[in-house]
Write a protein that binds this ligand. Sequence first.
Ligand code: FAD
Ligand code: 2HG
Ligand code: ZN
Length: 476
Amino acid sequence: FSAEKYNVKRKNFSNVQAADVSYFQSILGNDRVLTDRDEVLPFNIDWIRNCRGQSQVVLKPKTTQEVSEILAYCNKKRLAVCPQGGNTGLVGGSVPVYDEIVINLMLMDKIITLDEISGALVCEAGCVLENLDNYVRGHNLIMPLDLGAKGSCQIGGNVSTNAGGLRLLRYGNLHGSVLGLEAVKADGTVIDCLRSLKKDNTGYHLKHLFIGSEGTLGIVTKVAIHCPVLPKAATLGFFGIKNFENILELYKSAKSSLGEILSAFEMADNLAITQTVKNLNLPNPISDYPFYALVETHGSNEVHDGEKLSNFLNKEMESGLIMDGTVTSDPAKMQTIWNLRESIAASSLVGGYVFKYDVSIPQKHYYDIVPMLKQRLGDKASAVFGYGHIGDGNIHINISVPQYTKEVVSLIEPFIFEEVSKLKGSISAEHGIGFRKPQFIHYSKEPSALGLMRDLKQLMDPNGILNPYKVLPETN
Ligand code: FAD
Ligand code: 2HG
Ligand code: ZN
């Protein structure tokens, strides 16, 4: 269990009793209260199989009112809970540590309204991101975020982690695109900030407290989000690059040559791509190169945008920044390339154990830590690679080892966080702190800021029932 592995002590919460289960059944009915061991198990294990909890109860509310009644009861009885969306989180925040009751939002999946003039979509928190995107595309809009987990992550989970993803560079982060939300506090109070307005300076911007709070301050039950217009033209380039310096030069050039139509600029090193091709049996549209860049445009004129990207490719092949590449606006071919990029995360789950790090570093030093870690780990690691959202200065470092050992952990942590801190980076760019990183949060947050985080937690969840052991470090 992860509690033993990471040496975390159970807090003084109540244990779930038969009477508690009966109460939950009285609100939800028997079908939406899971207690069978086999049924509960998948809700206890995270996507990368780093963490496993011991919950015996999973609740599946269908309405805000039900969430409110569950929380009011748990708060009164001192029963700890773990809010859960699609369980695709990568820092162990979405699964219980001990016997916290899982509150999974999957049945709160209704679209409420879509304003085609403003682009404001209002929906319940359990809507799966891809379903929302398919829906709004039917109305000439797209979701402002996209990520490899879109087929199972939920908008409430995205909001609670402040997910970034593949096009943050163009469409900004959720603090900008979430217009409003509804959330339930630990004591069951429903906080209604569900406005769909672009402008609303009426006092404190409370929605921002819930965006990125990883289920520790409340359960998000509804979201109002701004959807940009569906681009009439999308083109994608996939390029082979000689070295990391050339990726940075290419990024600078893409910003000036493609300007307002640039919608994504991603990079991957050789091993990230070759391992994905090998482990998941996927095609690579170009041959083997030390680095790869993926450059996408979203615009309103196919001919103009296609020309711009082709000219960019020709110019940079002549300059030598691009060694080889392909540009396409064919949806099926674009999908194949995106699929290769989006599958990198899953490729490192094949065999052994994976450590995933998600850090922000000033772009000049973006890749520095990968060779350092390779050297430090030697043959103790079966793979060390780096890839990510270079446009956002966000690199994902994946380290695969045959099996988890304390020795390997001690070679990686806190070394990696110390290096990030030296470079004035962030130890979590987009995945959050969850269960895996609270003890390292001080590398990125000053004591005064951490103190205010604790004060807010105390104010909003005085009994600490919401996602305990997550985000905030233990005070000894
Ligand atoms: P969960 O994993 O279920 O939960 C995540 C956290 O949010 C937990 O702390 C949980 O307690 C809390 N939570 C969930 N729902 C609620 C709610 N309704 N109210 C309150 N708290 C809640 N992340 C990125 O930022 N960018 C990426 O590009 C990206 N790509 C990914 C690709 C893959 C293949 C995978 C597996 C993951 C990726 N992630 C990425 C991480 C993950 O998908 C995101 O963090 C996502 O936003 C989590 O959504 P979820 O519904 O699965 O939430
Ligand atoms: C991505 O950008 C995700 O693909 C996952 O954020 C990162 O698994 C990872 O390391
Ligand atoms: Zn990412």
